[in-house]
Design a protein around this ligand. Structure first.
Ligand code: COS
Length: 380
């Protein structure tokens, strides 16, 4: 057993760190001010980081979940808005690779991994179907060889900029979660419209929009996986996605830990550096312990996935621990750094806003606890 990244995982983490410094950092403030980081995504398209698990023949890095979470952690430490856009793009590519036909892979994966699409987007949530995902009401009905898609989606990351959107729709209203099918919808499809842009507390450079589908005609070749397989695809995507969100929250957490330590070493009060004050030391130690514990859990979930094992429970555990550790670290850092961090552009202020949603999206902490408890009940 090894407790450090090795080989290709370490190389990909180092690549993401370098890209974070060279590419993301110069635009981080502008991105936080609400500008979608298109230039970052184009540059990331030359690195393979938009398709970390995608096979080389489709332009990806052909690595695994461990490399993925490590890369997202590195990117999020610099620019969480870019990191979440990258995470969702990877998630959509993974599902196309896993469930798609060869034609679908050829059609979408090279464009996703190269940045030509800018991003991929994942459309599951609706106003009446957030936590209860199977309650979604968007529907697709057969019309000859085609499907007619009607309905609307909410809180869709990159829905307005993505080259492909993975849309979950009901195709059989009598079968609950087994009546949901996944479709790959491309921009410009008549009837596919972009709605309201959300004005968010954090991740302000990532784009979050409502989508609507009005008699949107799709060929059957746009269906991803089998009829009725959409919920399984969504849940499989979210298992991997939850590891990524864990990495993302911790990237911010470790960043604010470093900012706090730097601040405490630099500041003097009553002739002592703040870093030698025991109260500050205890707080730093608490942040570091929680972050490290959560990181080990994220790595465990990611590693299980790389072994081809089911990791829904471990991914859910990791997401709760990491998002709550990241949130704790940001709040603690705010108190330690004090007035300087009240500047909205300070990295600690930004992390405080950016990290909060990790406890909510890709399944709230409460939903993760439900997944954990159900899986425990099923295993006794
Ligand atoms: N992987 C593969 N299949 C899964 C799965 C997983 N992780 N989790 C559930 N399934 C399958 C089940 O095996 C079941 O299949 P069968 O009908 O063949 O038995 C089916 O999906 C339904 O499962 P379940 O009964 O557990 O579904 P529920 O409707 O009770 O919902 C939760 C389960 C709450 C876990 C789900 O709705 C959820 O994850 N909600 C949060 C959604 C979310 O994260 N939204 C954020 C969107 S992106 S920002």
């Amino acid at each position: 057993m090894q407790f450090e990244l090795t080989g290709r995982d370490a190389e990909i983490a180092a690549l993401a760190k370098q890209v974070g410094q060279d590419v993301l950092q110069p635009h981080a403030a502008a991105t936080d001010a609400g500008n979608f980081p298109a230039q970052n995504l184009r540059a990331l398209g030359t690195t393979g980081l938009l398709g970390i698990k995608i096979r080389k023949e489709y332009g990806g890095l052909q690595a695994g979940n461990v490399a993925y979470v490590a890369a997202i952690r590195e990117l999020a430490g610099v620019c969480a808005s870019t990191a979440v856009t990258v995470a969702v793009t990877n998630m959509v590519g993974d599902m196309i690779q896993l469930y798609g036909s060869e034609d679908q892979r050829q059609r979408h994966l090279p464009q996703l991994t190269s940045g030509q699409y800018l991003a991929g987007s994942f459309a599951l949530s609706e106003t009446g179907a957030g936590s209860d995902a199977a309650a979604l009401r968007t529907r697709a009905e057969r019309d000859g060889d085609d499907w007619i898609l009607n309905g609307s989606k909410m809180w869709i990351t990159s829905g307005d900029v993505a080259g492909v959107t993975l849309v979950m729709a009901k195709t059989d209203g009598t079968k609950g979660s087994r009546g949901i099918t996944a479709f790959l919808v491309e921009p410009g499809t008549p009837g596919f419209e972009i709605g309201r842009h959300e004005e968010k507390l954090g991740l302000r450079g990532s784009s979050t929009v409502a989508l609507s589908f009005v008699d949107c005609r799709l060929p059957d070749s746009a269906r991803l996986g089998g009829e009725g397989q959409g919920f399984e695809i969504a849940m499989t995507a979210l298992d991997g996605g939850r590891c990524g969100i864990g990495g993302q929250a911790l990237g911010m957490g470790y960043r604010v830990l470093a900012e706090s330590a730097r601040h405490l070493e630099a500041r003097k009060s009553a002739d002592k550096t703040l870093g030698t004050d025991q109260n500050s030391q205890f707080r730093l130690a608490d942040m570091a312990m929680r972050l490290d514990a959560a990181w080990l859990m994220v790595l465990r979930a990611a590693w299980l996935g790389d072994q081809g094992k089911k990791m829904s429970r471990e991914a859910a555990m990791a997401k709760v621990m990491a998002s709550e550790a990241g949130d704790f670290a940001a709040k603690t850092a705010m108190q330690l750094v004090g007035a300087a961090a009240l500047d909205a552009r300070h990295p600690v202020a930004r992390a405080l806003r950016d990290v909060r949603v990790s406890r909510i999206y890709e399944g709230t902490s409460e939903i993760q606890r439900l997944v954990i408890a159900r899986s425990l009940a099923a295993s006794v």
